[in-house]
Design a protein around this ligand. Structure first.
Ligand code: DLL
Length: 444
């Protein structure tokens, strides 16, 4: 596909026909895709068939796009209950990649991709990166984690597709990352906002001013919540233009970004259908009103998702974008409807911490989770009460126990946890709903 410029608004598109299609045509095509998807899933996949049958819906009930609300919702728990491959809609010989994300207790969530699925994923990002002015002349440093996490490989393939030169640094070894950024003329970076702030600080300590001593101009920041305040801080401190990039493993990692206008994240209508519903009543809310995002992947072959409740809070932006794209937009994610914490880009549920903790015989069931942001990095502290019989006045025994709990946490959560041992009865007790998480991070 060629990139071509439109002189009127001086904007490049990756796939202009799709990105600027008239609304009426978009709706017609989305309905057609939805009908085909539902007919296929009802006929060929037990999970989807049973879910629809339980709600008394058949594919013929989907006569308009609005009829999507007749279909049942899907939840993260469905992915766990059907682990590993019961929800796959293609046989294993068609699957060319797995990504796995951690979650609450028990099974992780697994998503499989066919060759076409990988292609749609990169296509979505290619459209997004082009809309922000990234192309063949760019050198893109990908500082998201590579591996089971979707961030690294997702951004990597998208950047390669637009012809950028990719520097696949992954996370960590920040000083080396800064050196490479300077030596190789990196012009764009993709990482979490908190890691980018850390990078700015480490650069400063090394006497490197990102604004003057590098040619970095664009940053694609996401995988965790951040705010306009943080954007302002980042841009002032580094001189880059910062764009919001959004996605989740269940649908295919990082997929969508803002365009140069930076007023909402463009959603490729031919890949994903978005609804926003009231989290209490599950009823659709009006465009511009906040609610919970619900997604249907219209084109995914191996793992489609129908009305998946993402738990992210956003709204559909009603006004057209100045960039000329007609695709729907969602606003920056402002929160979650569940208690999931994102620690250094990794999803952590308090229930997962509790489950791991309660496997350790020396601890009581009272604990507190405290999250801070120190030098731009998230720090998770776990205060745990120790059973009186397990308490010892020998320092080395207590140090061993603390280390053992820290190791168990790291093993199961994939996140470093600082453990503080507390005497039995010393942590707060709750009469109503317990409040075991204190999140002291500020995003401003
Ligand atoms: O975080 C995928 C990703 C990678 C997105 C790189 C962007 C960049 P998960 O680990 O499954 O996937 O976490 C998904 O992270 O439901 C949101 O709660 C949160 N999240 C992701 N991007 C943003 C963002 C990746 N831009 C969960 N703003 C999502 C706020 C975000 N929250």
């Amino acid at each position: 596909m060629k990139i071509f410029s439109v002189s009127v608004i001086n904007m490049a598109y990756w796939n202009k026909e799709i990105e600027c299609m008239p609304q009426e045509e978009i709706k017609k095509r989305q309905l057609d895709m939805l009908q085909k998807l539902i007919a296929h899933l009802y006929k060929d996949n037990k999970f989807y068939h049973d879910k629809m049958a339980a709600k008394g819906v058949v594919p013929e009930d989907i006569k308009t796009l609005e009829d999507i609300t007749k279909l049942p919702f899907m939840y993260k728990q469905d992915l766990r209950d059907n682990y590993p491959t019961k929800m796959f809609t293609e046989p294993i010989d068609k699957i060319v990649r797995f990504h796995v994300s951690s979650g609450t207790t028990g099974k992780p969530t697994l998503v499989g991709y066919t060759r076409n699925d990988l292609e749609f994923w990169s296509e979505a990002l290619a459209r997004s990166l082009t809309s922000c002015g990234v192309g063949e002349k760019d050198v893109m440093q990908v500082s998201y984690g590579y591996g089971l996490f979707t961030g690294g490989l997702g951004a990597h393939y998208g950047a390669e597709k637009v012809g950028a030169t990719v520097l696949p640094t992954g996370t960590g070894n920040t000083e080396r990352q800064i050196e490479l950024m300077q030596d190789l003329g990196v012009t764009a970076i993709a990482c979490t906002p908190s890691y980018f702030i850390h990078m700015i600080d480490v650069a400063k300590q090394k006497g490197v001013d990102i604004r003057k001593d590098t040619v970095l101009r664009r940053a694609f920041l996401g995988a965790e919540p951040w705010t306009e305040g943080m954007r302002k801080h980042i841009e002032e401190a580094s001189g880059v233009k910062a764009y919001d990039i959004y996605g989740m493993s269940e649908m295919a990692g990082p997929m969508y970004t803002e365009c140069e206008e930076r007023c909402g994240i463009h959603i490729p209508w031919d890949i994903m259908y978005c609804e926003v519903v009231d989290p209490e009543t599950d009823e659709p809310v009006a465009p511009g009103q906040k609610g919970e995002l619900v997604v249907t992947m219209l084109k995914k072959e191996a793992f489609p998702l129908v009305r998946y409740k993402v738990k992210d809070v956003t709204c559909i932006m009603p006004e057209p974008c100045k960039c000329g794209r007609t695709s729907p937009r969602i606003a920056r994610i402002t929160g979650r409807t569940d208690d999931m914490l994102i620690i250094r880009g990794i999803n952590v549920f308090p229930s997962q911490i509790e489950h791991t903790l309660l496997q350790i015989p020396e601890v009581e069931s009272h604990y507190m989770i405290i999250v801070d942001r120190i030098n731009a990095l998230d720090v998770l502290t776990l205060q745990v009460e120790i059973k009186p019989e397990a308490f010892s006045d020998k320092v080395n025994e207590m140090t061993d126990l603390k280390k053992r709990i820290e190791n168990e946490m790291k093993k199961y959560l994939n996140v470093a946890v600082k453990v503080e041992l507390k005497e039995s009865g010393s942590l707060p007790r709750f009469e109503g709903k317990s409040k075991r998480v204190i999140d002291r991070r500020t995003y401003e």
